[in-house]
Design a protein around this ligand. Structure first.
Ligand SMILES: O=C(O)CCC(=O)C(=O)O
Ligand SMILES: [Fe+2]
Length: 299
């Protein structure tokens, strides 16, 4: 649904909040979802885990994150949740979410890029629960935009004990070293110790020390991070599952671009298997089936 519905100004970041986002790389929102909307996310995600689908992706590229019950009590990731569950999509598409993102990115239009349903089981020693330091832009090398951002949306109060998302303050402004071919590989397929060293090295290179800021997120609120902000998360020591969605967002100007590894192999993003083609034959990152518009500002 493309919308020009006005949203409550009080819920949007102020100019000072947007400057802080630009400086620090993250923003903790106001309460954007009601308790009943958040509870509906829990219910719809449980139905999804039990097998309910509004529609199914036509195929499973090897790089698709797609938890199934046979995978057991590991951390669950399910990409394209906005495509496979209409109940979840309807809540994620609440206009205020896109309006907040548009302010932060200083963009007129915001579209969905991707969304992942996440479940960290309450197992303090489960290694797959640890999310090593990474920044999302690395996975989006086939995108032209440097203004993309992510909303991390927990389905309950989410603090340190649960292993909440944690930002490396100001890392969105760092100049990068060591950004070779391997950065396009998802964190789940990389050595966490190596990634930890990489972020420290980048901090030193930028004349600073790494400062980790855990996002303490009350129910109905969400945190936003810039696509170059390093982030990760730790163990779930809470005794309750940590449930969330990562809603990855693109500004209206974002397009596909060809990107190659150093040996000339083209990088692909999962969309390249699913979305329609543009007139020029490139993957169309504005295909409304997969990348619906969340927000368009007036004039
Ligand atoms: O699940 C987490 O703690 C991190 C999720 C993440 O990497 C993201 O939202 O981009
Ligand atoms: Fe991420």
């Amino acid at each position: 649904m493309t919308t020009t519905i006005p949203v409550e100004e009080d819920l949007l970041p102020s100019e000072a909040d947007v400057r802080s986002y630009e400086e620090r790389g993250w923003y903790l929102s106001k309460k954007l979802f009601t308790d009943s909307e958040v509870d509906a996310l829990v219910e719809a995600s449980e139905a999804f885990y039990a097998g309910a689908r509004s529609r199914r992706l036509g195929r499973r590229p090897s790089t698709l994150a797609y938890w199934e019950p046979s995978h057991g009590a590991v951390q669950r990731h399910n990409d394209y949740i906005h495509y496979e569950s209409d109940e979840i999509a309807a809540i994620l598409r609440k206009p205020v979410v896109g309006a907040v993102a548009a302010r932060l990115a200083r963009a007129d239009e915001i579209r969905v890029f991707q969304s992942t349903l996440i479940y960290k089981p309450p197992r303090p020693d489960e290694p797959s629960n640890l999310v090593p330091w990474h920044f999302d832009r690395h996975y989006w090398q086939t995108c032209t935009s440097d203004r993309m951002l992510t909303a991390f949306i927990p389905f309950h109060d989410c603090g340190e004990e649960m292993g909440t998302i944690t930002m490396v303050d100001g890392s969105n402004r760092w100049r990068e070293i060591g950004g070779g071919d391997s950065t396009t590989r998802h964190f789940a397929h990389r050595d966490p110790a190596e990634l930890d060293e990489l972020v420290r090295e980048n901090a030193r290179h930028n004349g600073t020390e790494m400062r980790a800021v855990p996002m303490v997120i009350p129910k109905g609120h969400m945190s936003f991070h810039h696509c170059r902000t390093y982030h990760g998360s730790g163990a779930n020591r809470s005794g309750q599952p940590r449930r969330a969605i990562s809603l990855h967002l693109q500004d209206g100007d974002n397009r596909y671009r060809r990107h190659e590894l150093s040996d000339g192999t083209p990088v692909t993003y999962n969309h390249d298997h699913f979305v329609r083609a543009t007139a020029q034959g490139a993957p169309d990152y504005s295909d409304p089936e997969f990348c619906p518009v969340l927000w368009k500002s007036h004039g």
